[in-house]
Design a protein around this ligand. Structure first.
Ligand code: HEC
Length: 145
C-alpha cells in the first residue's frame, strides 16, 4: 500500500488532510441567526426559551446535560440518554430525534436540511445568561436551571 511503502507520502497526507478539512469548514457560509430564529417557529408549538411547556425550556440548552431541566417530566429514554447538548449532539438529535433517543416523547419528525439545523442551533446557543430572554431564568438567584 502507498502509505506503508512511502513514509514520505504518508507524512504529506497527514499534513494535507487537516488543511483540506479546515478549508472546507471555512467554505461553509456564515450562520444566519435570523433564519435560525425563524426556524424556531417549528418548535414553539411545544417549547419556549423560558418556560416548560409540552417540552422543556431552552434557555441554557447548550452545554447542559440531557433530561436536566427542573420540574420537567422527561421520558425514561431522555432521562437515561446521558448526552451533553452541544452543536454536534443537537445536530444529530434535531435531524432525527427518535433515531438518536429511541423512545423519546418528543413528537417531532426532525429537520432534514443541514443548513437549517446549523442556523437553528446557532440561534439556540444565543439563549444563554447574557440574553434578555434568559437572564432571569438562568440567574442563580432564582434557583432555576
Ligand atoms: C410536538 C412537540 C414538540 C416539538 C414540535 C418539538 N419538541 Fe423538543 N421536546 C418535546 C418533548 C415532549 C421533549 C421531552 C422529550 C423526552 O422527555 O423524551 C422535548 C425535548 C427536547 C430536547 C431535549 C431537552 C433536554 O432538556 O434534554 C431538545 C434539545 C429539544 N426538544 C429541541 C427541540 C427543537 C429545537 C425543536 C424544534 C425544531 C423541538 N424540540 C420541537 C416536544 C417537542
Amino acid at each position: 500500500m502507498l502509505m506503508t511503502r512511502h513514509p514520505a507520502a504518508a507524512a504529506i497526507l497527514v499534513a494535507i488532510v487537516p488543511l483540506v478539512l479546515s478549508l472546507s469548514v471555512a467554505a461553509t457560509p456564515p450562520v444566519d441567526l435570523a433564519a435560525g430564529e425563524a426556524s424556531y417557529a417549528k418548535c414553539m408549538g411545544c417549547h419556549s426559551p423560558e418556560y416548560n411547556r409540552t417540552g422543556p425550556l431552552h434557555c441554557g440548552l447548550l452545554g447542559r446535560e440531557s433530561g436536566a431541566v427542573q420540574f420537567f417530566d422527561y421520558s425514561e429514554a431522555m432521562r437515561g440518554a446521558g448526552l451533553i447538548w452541544n452543536a454536534e449532539t443537537l445536530d444529530r438529535f434535531l435531524a432525527a430525534p427518535l433515531e438518536m433517543v429511541p423512545g423519546t416523547s418528543m413528537g417531532f419528525a426532525g429537520i432534514a436540511d443541514d443548513e437549517e439545523r446549523r442556523n437553528l442551533i446557532a440561534w439556540l446557543a444565543t439563549l444563554n445568561s447574557s440574553s434578555d430572554e434568559c437572564r432571569e431564568v438562568l440567574s442563580p438567584r432564582t434557583g432555576s436551571p
